[in-house]
Every structure is written in structure tokens, then in C-alpha cells.
Design a protein around this ligand. Sequence first.
Ligand code: TRP
Ligand code: SF4
Length: 326
Amino acid sequence: MRKRALSGMRPSGKLHLGHYLGALMNWKNLQKENDCFYFVADWHALTTEYERTEIIKETIDDMVIDWMASGIDPKQSTIFVQSHVPEHAELHLLLSMITPLPWLERNPTYKEQLREQSARDLQTYGFLGYPVLQAADILMYDAALVPVGIDQVPHLELTREIARRFNFLYRESFAIPEAYLTETPKILGTDNRKMSKTYGNAILLSDTAEEVWEKVRPMVTDPARMRRTDPGNPEVCNVFAYHRIFSPPETIERVNAGCRTAGIGCIECKQWMTEQMEKVLAPIRERRKEIVESGVSVRDLLEEGTERARDAAGKKMKEVRDAVRI
Ligand code: TRP
Ligand code: SF4
């Protein structure tokens, strides 16, 4: 049975392998057999980028091209920009009336961001309400499935609670959504920290094969392997974690044994890994080139999608206003 799926991504520039493995892969897999809505969360970007809003618009095209290069087909899926569907703001406002503050204040993602992004002043009303806006995005389309990375699970739990509260206070209006997660373990950046463009440790979907190798070659391996003849422990090595994601079982076993007996060198090991990773990256790079050369207008594609999204959102808001009696 076809289900409604929905997800969004903040426009933060070029996407990396973490975006692909954590979410985009599932966006693509869902699109054949479901009605999918994928959108650019530009208002969500504003919650942290309100002081340099110019980067939001500048990065939308790059991001959407990465979506398409990863296999998102605007003919099969509805792609649009959040701020072009102002109904999201209205639903956000109505949901904000019924969302208890403690639900927002205890949100682990919120607390973590406040800590991590200490350079920015995030003591704002908008930032605290981030998950309420996200709930509006999801509930607007009665999405059953929300393909996101595991870090988004607390936000989704909040969405479910807000939906239940609305349904209870007014009338059954919203479907209760579920997170749709990938099985791939989280990929770390090339410096063992969280993969992020701001850390400069990310393998971008738009990197050339040479750029990828320039990032993989200097990756820190097991420090016990000072010399080529020193045996190592793959369990403490990030290159091995990458092998686990990209390589077939025989290669993983060969690396495991070779590392422990000093039968293989780290450079060789990285080359094998890169070869396997290229099986994912090369087709994306190829499609990206085709898309760019085709001269397709991302703006036009987003406009078409926005029309479809507005149509659905307009209908839903009629029901919602009616339920609230306003
Ligand atoms: N918070 C999500 C992220 O940072 C982006 C997002 C906004 C989203 N609205 C959404 C994801 C609705 C799924 C559904 O990645
Ligand atoms: Fe890491 Fe491979 Fe070197 Fe072992 S051989 S330490 S797994 S890079």
C-alpha cells in the first residue's frame, strides 16, 4: 500500500556521505512505492543562521542538485521549499498554543545544540520552537513515514506527542508518523569527529575522486601501527569502520586479518576502502555532472513541487481550522 512519506533538510550547502547514508538513501528507496514530499527547510535554517541569512538562498540549488544526483527524482517525488508554503507557519502557530514548554526544554537535541553551538546566541523563541515547526511540517501532510537520521528521533517523538495532544483536545485530525531509519551505522568524519562541513572532515557528494583520496590518505589509523611491520587493531580504526559500511564481507575479513598480523599496510587498506566507497560516490558524481550539463532549472522544479505541496497544505489547513473552530 502506498504511504505518504515526508522529510526535510536544512540548506547548509553541499551534502556529504553522512547525509547520503543517514537519510538520502532512504528518500530514494521510498520514492518508487510511496507518495514522497521532500523539502528545503529554510525556516529551520533561519533558527541558527538569522544573522547571515544570505547563505540560505545561496545554498539551496547546490543542495537540491545533490538530492537529484543521489537519485531523488522530481517527477516521482514532490520537492519544494518550506517558506514557499506559508501554511507551515500557520500550523506551527496553532501547534505552539498546545505544546507545553517542558516538552521543548527537555529535548536532548535542543540541549546538545545549545552546548555545541555556543558561538551563536540560540536563546531565542524560534530556536526553542524548532521541533514545533518540524511537527507542523510533518503533520501538514499526514506523513506516515519520516526518513531521517537517528539524531532526529527525539524530534519525531515530540511530533507524535503534539499530534496526539491535538487529536485529543480537538478532533482526530493528524496521522501519527513514524521515523524511518537506515541500517547503516553512523559514519564519522575523516578526523574521527562527527562528519560536518564546518569541521572540514566531510567527504562531499560533489568531491572528485582525487579530492576523496586526498581526504582518505591522511586519515588517522591505529596509532599502534607506527611502522608497517607493527600489527594493529582494526576495532580502533576509523578506516575499518568505513570498510564495514562500504566493503563486502570478504574484504572486511581480509582487512581484519591483515591488520592484526601486519600483513597489509594502512595505505593499501585505505586504497581498498576507497575503491569500495567509489562504488557509491562515482554514480552520484556521474549523475551530478549530467544534471548540471542538462541546464535544468532547480528553481522551476521547486516551483512545480511547491504548487503541489500548497494544494495539499491548503486542504489540510481547512480541516485544522475547522477542528480548532477558528
Ligand atoms: N530537523 C531536520 C534536520 O535537521 C530538518 C527538518 C525540518 C525535518 N523539518 C523536518 C526533517 C520534517 C524531517 C521532517 O535534519
Ligand atoms: Fe586501520 Fe586498515 Fe591500518 Fe588496520 S590496516 S590500522 S584497519 S587502516
